[in-house]
Design a protein around this ligand. Structure first.
Ligand SMILES: [Zn+2]
Length: 385
């Protein structure tokens, strides 16, 4: 990672380079700010710069043997610590046990957040922390001499996830690091970091990234058209991770919209063969339970929107274009005679999926019952005397 790959933060880049050039580097620095402001890529670019064998004025060369290893996150003097799930049932307890996944995710997108990391290591519902065994491992590693670079580098991502024992164990190292060691802590909520650690570091405050820079980044990273990139950047509040999240949500919503359309067509036609195929697709392992649950949330929103269109209520304003056109066609099928049952059916499926029920059975059952509900007639209004 070079400085040029880091979006925005130009002032901070200058200050870091200046601190290095004037030999005023603090041995422990705390990069503080939202994950989407880019503390992780910035620290990596700075580390690569320091270790570069052919530095330019404002960036590493990107070509020397050190830069090549750094860019693959495989430099022997670059050490990482990050939260992992170290529950008793897990054999993997240290960051080193997850290095392959870490490198893959980081190389794909350095602006990821904790949720993406938990997804990557498949521990969505369990807590991830940096534990005392990890602190011990760090201390042992940093006691060794550096292999190739003048410095040893330790990067602690989500340092606020250091538990109390782990943080206390690291205190001495942070206060008096082993020779030629530079420690970079990256944290969003520095308040959650114990005071004694905070007070021993030099804090580098990161700022929001300019909207136009986020727009350009989205255009080049995901080949988005300029209008869409601008819209996403405008809602991101200077936070690249938020902008990427917005883009992924939108992509997923388009997939859900197609699933919903197919589902409703099959249900309306009561076409069992197509229903079975749809259920097979939705239940396939590649989608996973969490995605299936998000799809069911989407279905609930569509039914709600259909009801609002039908009865002239305030729109949820989540739907646009073709998606909205389809919901308008669907709306007449939602009425007071089946609305509650439709919502109960979807909620029930959501509960079953969340409790690990067999997805095929849940979705098939839901489809058959939904097909029946779609054909319920709207009750005629009969005024009472
Ligand atoms: Zn270099």
């Amino acid at each position: 990672m070079q400085f040029t790959d880091v979006v925005g933060q130009e002032e901070t880049k200058k200050k870091l380079i200046e601190a290095y050039t004037l030999n005023r580097l603090s041995h422990a620095q705390l990069f503080s700010g939202d994950i989407g402001f880019g503390g992780l890529p910035l620290a990596l670019a700075f580390i690569q710069f320091i270790a570069c064998l052919d530095k330019k004025e404002a960036d590493s060369c990107g070509k020397c043997s050190s830069c090549l290893k750094m860019s693959k996150l495989a430099h022997p003097d670059l050490h990482f610590s990050f939260p992992v799930n170290s529950a008793n049932d897990s054999k993997k307890k240290l960051s080193d046990d997850f290095l392959t996944e870490w490198r893959e995710l980081l190389l794909e997108n350095p602006y990821f957040e904790l949720k993406d990391w938990q997804n990557k290591i498949e521990v969505i519902k369990k807590q991830c922390i940096i534990n005392v065994a990890e602190s011990q491992n760090i201390i042992s590693k940093l006691n060794l001499k550096s292999f190739e670079s003048e410095y040893k580098f330790l990067l602690i991502w989500k340092a606020e996830k250091l538990n109390l024992d782990a943080a206390n164990k690291l205190l001495k190292l942070i206060e008096e690091p082993t020779d030629k060691t530079l420690i970079f802590l990256i944290a969003e909520n520095t308040e959650d970091l114990i005071k004694t650690i905070r007070s021993r570091t030099q804090i580098v405050h990161l700022s929001r990234i300019e909207r136009d820079l986020i727009t350009l980044y989205l255009q080049s990273k995901f080949q988005l058209d300029p209008d869409l990139a601008f819209q996403l950047a405008s809602r991101a509040d200077g936070n690249i991770t938020k902008a990427i999240e917005g883009f992924k949500d939108r992509e997923e919503q388009l997939i859900f919209s197609d699933w919903f359309k197919d589902w409703m067509r099959n249900c309306y036609q009561a076409n069992v063969e197509k229903m079975v195929r749809w259920v097979d697709e939705l239940s396939s392992a590649s989608h996973g339970r969490l995605k299936q649950m998000r799809f069911l949330d989407y279905c609930l929103n569509v039914v709600r929107e259909g009801m609002l269109i039908q009865y002239g209520g305030q729109s949820l304003q989540q739907f646009q274009g073709e998606e909205l056109l389809f919901i308008k066609k669907f709306a007449p099928f939602v009425h007071e005679n089946n609305l509650i049952q439709m919502m109960e059916l979807i909620n029930e499926a959501h509960t079953h999926i969340s409790r690990n029920a067999y997805a095929k059975v849940v979705f098939m059952d839901m489809s058959m019952r939904f097909a029946n509900l779609l054909h319920f007639k709207k009750r005629k209004f009969v005024p009472q005397d």
